[in-house]
Design a protein around this ligand. Structure first.
Ligand code: MG
Length: 179
């Protein structure tokens, strides 16, 4: 894992909610549509495990997608994600809704995005992050750019970053080392 700048680690310490864009973040950005018009998405198993680790550590997760897909509904349910917004036109407006629903402040919220539509949240969230294969314009604006690509472990990487910054990684993963 790459070295995390002290300023990023410091911001990560306060995070209680990780908000994620879906296409290009939890997926590689491919939108697969079958002959019946149903959308098919490919998620990475380690991203899911990362989300479960965060859940266990008491850090909440939320999904905010501009599109709508049943696959996202199913995946969210499978991972115990209760904050799910789909078909979102204005992510800034949804971000305000999430804040009032959770009672959290900007500095307690992290966001991981990949494109222009994520800017309204990236400009407000306490810890702003972009996937490495996202739109290049985000790089200069965010606190952290992942080493892994969207749908290829970027969410897992961020989960580990948050848990390590909050000194929860060892405790949460201890059971895996026991023989
Ligand atoms: Mg996206």
């Amino acid at each position: 894992m790459k070295r995390i700048a002290a300023a990023v680690r410091k911001k990560a310490q306060d995070i209680k909610l990780l908000l994620l864009d879906v296409d290009g973040v939890l997926t590689d950005g491919s939108i697969v549509i079958n002959g019946r018009g149903e959308e098919i998405k490919r998620f990475h198993v380690r991203d899911g495990e990362g989300i479960k680790l965060l859940n266990r550590a008491g850090i909440r997760i939320g999904l905010i997608s501009g599109r709508y897909s049943q696959a996202v509904t199913h995946r969210a349910r499978e991972l115990g994600i209760r904050i799910v917004y789909q078909r979102v036109l204005d992510k800034g407006e949804t971000y305000r809704k999430v804040k009032s629903r959770t009672g959290l402040a900007d500095r307690e919220i992290a966001y991981l995005g990949d494109d222009l539509g994520d800017l309204p949240i990236l400009c407000r969230a306490g810890l702003a992050m972009a996937v490495k294969d996202g739109w290049g314009g985000l790089r200069a604006l965010v606190d952290y750019v992942t080493e892994s690509g969207g749908g290829q472990g970027a969410v897992r990487e961020v989960a580990e970053l948050l848990l390590r910054a909050q000194s929860k990684w060892e405790e949460i993963t201890r059971k895996y080392y026991l023989r």
